[in-house]
Design a protein around this ligand. Structure first.
Ligand SMILES: Nc1ncnc2c1ncn2[C@@H]1O[C@H](COP(=O)(O)OP(=O)(O)OP(=O)(O)O)[C@@H](O)[C@H]1O
Length: 386
């Protein structure tokens, strides 16, 4: 199941319809016939509200859709296709109505029934995990958070890496401290629109490294539950690397809607990533798929693509474990520099190639969360992971 490519042939508009006089009907049929991994039954099957209006003055056609997962970037491409088919400028605006998928079931079993977010403002918690350290999990978490935000979602990041919190410096807010409005709950820091909380804001790194399991786990609980999170569609948790007791406890205690596994294509990382899938299976948290980081490198001089850490490891792993390959990210100096400088390509160069990679993966994550986990969706039965 390769989510990284869309079904281009089924995206083309049916020629017979191009001459149809009813523009609205044509648009509806086109949206219905648009089939990709994120729209397995077309756009209208998952659209809550649709309005189409023609502006006669400038010949523009405005389409507004209310959707339950982020998809602006993908539907911008649909707008382009419609524009050339209709010889008018077509603009698609996605309004988001993302709801919690917490009360979901896998098969007949209810999942995580005991868990409930204390603030009730966070719709969906997604754990970003890796079996092995150093594969780029924190970097990927931060960039995916910005990418979800750039697709219109309200997003927060919680750094669960109590022993090595790197999120504050990656967000460029290393020396800031959270305040409080009521003396009880901490106000999360704001990093270019993202809400962020990390133990790194509260204690010295050296202090946290000597904490034992229960202390680390209770510190994490405090961070999650004693933060005054604003209304969020997604809270991404940067999990500590590994699949030991701490990770298992976190996966059990936190009302995680689903998990995403980050790996490099290297055998040694893949072996540990498989352990990550097994850990989430054990606590009945669905794994949405795999992000393959540092998949390839493109030579700046000659453009040659080389697979430094091996080729297609994540793809094969997704096939073997019946999960999705959510996307592949290049090994790129700008990703490393941004992480070091506390910047992000998605904010600074939102139309760039790197930003596009992250936005596509963010859309896949958001769509898969809805398609796999939302029991209210009639599509759920077809795509739920076995
Ligand atoms: N796609 C990429 N291209 C280039 N450099 C990357 C990429 N992804 C991550 N890096 C760099 O790799 C290093 C490790 O990344 P990161 O800290 O995100 O890994 P991690 O898996 O979170 O590590 P750990 O959990 O063990 O702390 C960082 O220097 C980061 O800038």
């Amino acid at each position: 199941m390769d989510n990284s490519s869309s079904n281009a042939s089924s995206n083309s508009l049916p020629e017979a319809l191009i001459s149809a006089s009813d523009t609205k009907q044509f648009i509806k049929e086109s949206l219905n016939n648009y089939i990709t991994d994120n729209f397995p039954q077309g756009v209208l099957a998952v659209c809550k509200k649709l309005s189409i209006s023609e502006k006669t003055a400038n010949h523009e056609i405005h389409i507004e859709l209310t959707m339950q997962f982020v998809c602006q970037g993908e539907l911008d491409l649909v707008a382009k296709t419609l524009s050339s088919a209709l010889a008018s400028k077509v603009i698609i605006k996605v309004n988001l109505a993302i709801k919690a998928v917490r009360q979901f079931t896998l098969g007949k079993e209810p999942v995580n029934p005991v868990q409930n977010n204390t603030q009730g403002k966070v719709a969906n918690i997604i754990a970003i995990a890796s079996g092995k350290g150093g594969v780029g999990k924190s970097t990927t978490t931060v960039n995916l958070a910005y990418a979800l935000m750039s697709e219109g979602a309200r997003v927060g990041v919680l750094d669960a890496d109590i022993y090595g919190p790197s999120i504050p410096s990656m967000l460029g807010i290393k020396n800031e401290k959270p305040g409080t409005k009521d003396g009880k709950l901490m106000t999360p820091l704001n990093a270019k629109g993202l809400s962020a909380m990390s133990i790194g804001f509260l204690v010295d790194e050296a202090d946290a490294t000597v904490w034992r399991g229960p202390m680390a786990s209770s510190a994490f609980n405090q961070l999650l539950n004693e933060t005054d999170w604003p209304e969020l569609d997604y809270l991404l948790i940067d999990m500590p690397p590994g699949t030991g007791d701490i990770q298992l406890t976190l996966a059990q205690k936190v009302p995680v809607a689903a998990a995403v596994i980050v790996t490099t294509p290297q055998d040694i990382a893949l072996i540990d990533a498989v352990k990550g899938i097994a850990m989430f299976d054990k606590v009945k948290v669905p794994v949405l798929g795999i992000v393959e980081n540092m998949s390839y490198h493109i030579c700046e001089n000659c453009g040659h693509q080389s697979h430094i850490f091996g080729e297609s490891g994540g793809k094969h792993m997704a096939e073997d474990y019946e999960t999705h390959l959510l996307g592949q990210l290049p090994l790129d100096i700008s990703i490393r520099l941004d992480a070091d400088l506390g910047e992000s390509e998605i904010i600074e160069n939102s139309a760039g190639e790197i930003a596009n990679h992250y936005r596509k993966i963010a859309r896949n994550i958001s769509a898969q969360l809805f398609l796999q986990c939302d029991t209210a969706s009639s599509l759920n039965a077809d795509v739920v992971r076995k």
